[in-house]
Design a protein around this ligand. Sequence first.
Ligand code: ADP
Length: 642
Amino acid sequence: MATETQQETLGFQTEVNQLLNLMINSLYSNKEIFLRELVSNASDAAEKLRYEALENGDLYEGDGDLNIRISYDKDAKTVTIEDNGIGMTRSEVVDHLGTIAKSGTASFLGQLTGDQSKDSQLIGQFGVGFYSAFIVAKEVDVFTRKAGADASEGVHWHSEGKGEFNLGTVEKASRGTQIVLHLKDEEEEFADGQRLRHLIKKYSDHIALPVVMLQEPAPAMPPAEGEEDTVEEAVVLEDETINSASALWTRNKADVADEDYNEFYKHLSHDHGDALTWTHNRVEGKQEYTSLLYVPTNAPHDLWNREAPRGLKLYIQRVFIMDQVDEFLPLYLRFIKGVIDSASLSLNVSREILQKDPNAEKLGAALTKRALDMLTKLSKNEEKYQTFWKAFGNVIKEGPAEDFTNREKIMKLMRFASTHNDSDAQNVSLASYIERMQEGQEKIYYVTAENYNTAKNSPHLEIFRKKGIEVLLLTERIDEWMMSHIFDFDGKSFQDVAKGEIDLGDTDNEEEKKAQEEAAKEAEGLTERLKECLTDKVSEVRVTNRLTDSPACLVLNAYDMGAQMKAIMEAAGQAAPDAKPIFEINVDHPLIQKMDTESDEDRFSDLANIVFDQADLAAGGQLNDPASYVARLNKLLLELSK
Ligand code: ADP
C-alpha cells in the first residue's frame, strides 16, 4: 500500500497571493459565488473532455455520463464538488492552481484602490475563479486525475490559501476533479442541503450537465500517512438532479427568465454584474445556428489591451469546440460575449480552418449584423444606452475604419456632446443633429478638443452660436482619427469648424458675403503687415468670418493634421508633420483695430505675437514658447501702469 508520494510544497505566484488577500476581504458580502465559480469550472472541464473525446473515445474510460456532484458533511464541515471531466496532470495543477495566467493581471491589480466596494466591482470584472473557494474555506483539498491517465497518476493539492500549497501523488480511480472545501467556522451554514440546493438552482441552472446533489455525507478525508491511499468515492444513495441540465441557448426564449440569462452570462464572462442586454436567436435553413450575444454593463479591465482574449464560445451541435473565437466579430465589437452553436460547421474545425471557411465568414457577417441590431435596439432606451455609450462608445468609434460595410449602421449608433446641450452629456445622434439643421445648412459641423470646456468655449464656435447653428463637440482622443474615416452621413458631409474656409451654406446671405469681401479688402494693409511679422508662425493671414467676440483665431488647412492626431502620432513615436496655421483676424474687434493704428513696429510685433499666442491658447493649444509670451505680456502690462 503506497502512501502519498512525491510530496512537495510550492509558493503561490505573487499575484495569486494578492488576489487571495483582496478577494477574501472584498467579496465577503457576496461569498456564495464560490459555488458558481467551482461548478462553472467543473462544467468547462466536462466540455473539454467531450471535445477531446471526439478524437479519442477512450478518454471516457467507459463512463460517458458526464455530471457534477455536490455533497456536504455537516459534522466535518465540508462541501465537496466533484466532476468527471478532463481532470489535470500534476504540472497542470501547478500552472492552474498556483498562478494566474490571465492577461492584464498586473494592470488589474494596479487598479485596485483599497476601497472595498470599488475593488469588489473590479475583482468581479476580473473573475476570481477557483481561488474563490477561499472565501468560505480555511483549507481546500483538490484531488484530480487527467482523463486517460493511469489511476496512479492522481494528484492531491492542498492549501490554506496563505502563500503556499502542497502537492502529492495519489491513487485516484475515477478521472476528473474533486474539490473538498473545509469551511471556516463562521461559514458552516454552507454545509447544508437546502442551502446548497438553493444556490445551485440560483447560479447554475443554465449548466448543461446535470448538477447532482448527493444525499449522503461527503467522501472520506484524504488518507493520512500510512493509511489506505485511495480516495474513496462517495456512495450514491439517492441522487437528485438540481438544475435544468440543458444548455440554456437551446431552450426556447419564452422559457428562459432574465435571471437565467444573467447567470449564464456570468458563467460565460466571469463578470459578476448583470449583462446590459442580449439577443438570442435561432436560425434555420442553410446556415443553421443558434446565437446568444451579450453586452456587458461595465467595461472589462482589459478593454484597451488589443491582445486581450476576446470572442465567442463556439459549439457545434451542442459540443463545445473552442473558446475565444475572434473570427466572428470585428475588433470594434470585442466587448460582446456570447455563444454560437452551429449546425453547419464541421466538428473537426480548427482556428486555421475557421479563418478560411466561407461558411464561417458568412456566419461572422450575420453575427455582426445581429450585434449591431441589438445595439440599435438598445439605443431606443436612452438611459441604458448612455450606460453603454460611456463604457464602450470609444470602441464603437473604431468601427467606421474597420467595417466599411456597416459604416452607416455604426454611425447611427454614435452619440456626441453638442452645443445643443447644456451639459457635457454625449447623447446627440447624427440623425437628431440633422433634424435640427438650419434652413440652408448643408454640413454637419464639429469641433475637436482635449476636453469639453475647451471645445464648448472655443472661439471657432462664435459665428455658429450667433447664427444658432449646432456644433458637435468631439473631446475623445479617438475622435479626430475617427473623423478621418467618415465623410458623410445621410448625404451631409462633415466639417471641422477649425479647418479650411468656413462655408455656412445658404445660412450666409448675400449681404453678409459682400460685407465680408469688403472688409477683407480694407484690411489688406493690416493682414500684410501681420504676415510679415508672423512669417515663421503662420501660413496665411486673413479676415475671419468665424468670430464675433474674439480678436483672432487659428485655422488649419482642410487637410492638415489636427492637434489630437498629432498627439497620438507623437505618443506612438512618429514624427507628425508641422503645418503652419492660418491666422484669422476679426477686424471688428477693438484690439485688432488698435493694432492697425500702431506705428511703433516693436509694439506692433509684440501685440501681433500676443494675439497669435492667445488664439492658440483659446483653442486648447500649447504654446511653443510660453516664456516669450509671458515676457511680452508683462512688458505691455507694465506700460499700462506707467
Ligand atoms: P478560469 O476558469 O477563469 O481559467 P480558474 O482560476 O477558475 O480560472 O481556473 C484556472 C484553471 O484551472 C482553469 O482554466 C482550468 O484549466 C483549471 N481547472 C479549474 N477547475 C478545474 C476542474 N474542475 N477540472 C479541470 N481543470 C480545472
